[in-house]
Design a protein around this ligand. Structure first.
Ligand code: SF4
Length: 383
């Protein structure tokens, strides 16, 4: 077994360094396959401990920072470690089997690769600056043409069916096909916009097949790497549900009390928390609702950070717009009727029968909670 691994280091399989920054590409999987490292080696060989630790590190960085750091590569051994750490991270994520972790991990890998791609395509570090973009387009089966109109920046055009496929999760209206130039079935884009589409393609590729169907004996063999990840995941969840709502923990009564939120708002929030891409109408409803119950714009932006298409600048602008910054109207959250029309009325309960607005639901539930707390207090005194 060790021979195989020593071969992996010794054999002169040509590995372009930049491949390890995009370990989900087919060329990277081919290197790993040709290296002769078996699954058994990967999960148990002492020589590959560094790759396993790096695989675990990839996931911890994804949970903590929403990005997987790209190290400075100085040797071939480091390239190999990076390449092997990726399949190990996929195995770990699959053994944990948490949907939120799958999305967060895939998104973090895609975001980091996108940032690296921006860097590589502007410096031309992997050849000419369009080489890497052409390679990526080919990898994801996108036919792409580059052209430059007189006195204009470089532009890209791609078939509209590819465009629709890869922009399905991008909610901003600038991605809607009606807002794009469409000619003979081709959509025109700026170069940086096309790179953003490549990020979506990378996300799809990384998320594909996750969680893998890993046999239980393999999960058992690597359980020593799982504990820290689960702990980090718990902490992340706790932080989301407490800190991002600005709770005064330990206080007797919470004005921003999510336990009194209506089912529709709780449902949208739980989707945002899990990194599910939420429709525009639901984002508007939850943002207006949270502003109305007293969350700050920063607290709301924090909630959106898990979204697959999170863009801080755009989100700040949109939240500010709903909040009525810069003289625009401050919006109230939509009524139950509107929520129902847009398919956002989910999980109705008995309090819903008494109200016609999510904010009325919240006020009523807070009132009932307060009443019950006072009742419990006086019962306690009496007894
Ligand atoms: S009835 Fe109103 S408050 Fe209740 S879930 Fe539907 S939209 Fe929300």
């Amino acid at each position: 077994m060790v021979d195989i691994i020593m071969d992996w280091h010794a054999e002169s399989i040509p590995i372009p360094t930049h491949t390890c920054f995009y370990p989900f590409l087919s060329v990277a999987s081919e290197y790993v396959e040709e290296s002769g490292v078996t699954l058994e080696n990967l999960i148990s060989s002492a020589v590959l401990e560094r790759a396993r630790l790096r695989g675990k590190g990839r996931i911890l960085e994804a949970i903590r920072d929403g990005k997987v750091k790209k190290p400075v590569i100085l040797s071939k051994a480091q390239v190999e470690t990076e390449l092997l750490s990726y399949p190990f991270a996929r195995i770990l994520v699959s053994c944990i089997g948490d949907k939120y972790l799958v999305r967060r991990y895939a998104l973090s890998e895609a975001k980091s690769a996108y940032e690296k791609l921006l860097e590589d395509s502007s410096t031309g570090s992997t050849g000419s600056d369009t080489d890497i973009i052409n390679d990526m387009s080919e990898e994801f089966g996108i036919r792409v043409d580059f052209f430059r109109l007189p006195a204009e920046r470089e532009q890209v055009q791609m078939p509209f069916f590819d465009y629709l496929r890869f922009t399905a999760n991008l909610r901003d209206k600038r991605w809607k096909l009606v807002n794009r130039g469409l000619e003979k079935g081709m959509v025109k884009l700026r170069r940086h916009e096309f790179l953003r589409i490549i990020q979506e393609a990378m996300y799809e590729r990384i998320k594909k097949d996750l969680p893998l169907d890993v046999p239980s004996d393999i999960c058992g063999a690597i359980k020593g790497y799982v504990g820290d990840i689960k702990k980090e995941l718990e902490e992340k969840r706790k932080k989301f549900s407490d800190a991002s709502f600005g709770f005064e923990s330990g206080s007797e009564f919470l004005v921003k009390d999510p336990s009194c939120f209506p089912p529709c708002i709780s449902y949208i929030l739980s989707n945002l928390k899990e990194g599910v891409n939420v429709p525009h109408s639901a984002r508007f409803a939850v943002t207006a609702f949270l502003l109305n119950v007293g969350l700050t714009e920063d607290e709301i932006i924090e909630i959106y950070k898990n979204s697959p298409d999170f863009d801080e600048e755009q989100t700040r602008y949109q939240v500010g717009h709903i909040a009525g910054d810069k003289g625009s109207v401050r919006y109230t959250s939509p009524s139950c009727a509107t929520m129902h029309t847009y398919g956002n009325c989910v999980g109705k309960d008995e309090i819903c029968e008494k109200v016609s607005h999510p904010l009325s639901y919240y006020k009523l539930k807070l009132k009932l909670k307060r009443k019950k707390e006072q009742q419990d207090k006086s019962n306690k005194k009496e007894s």
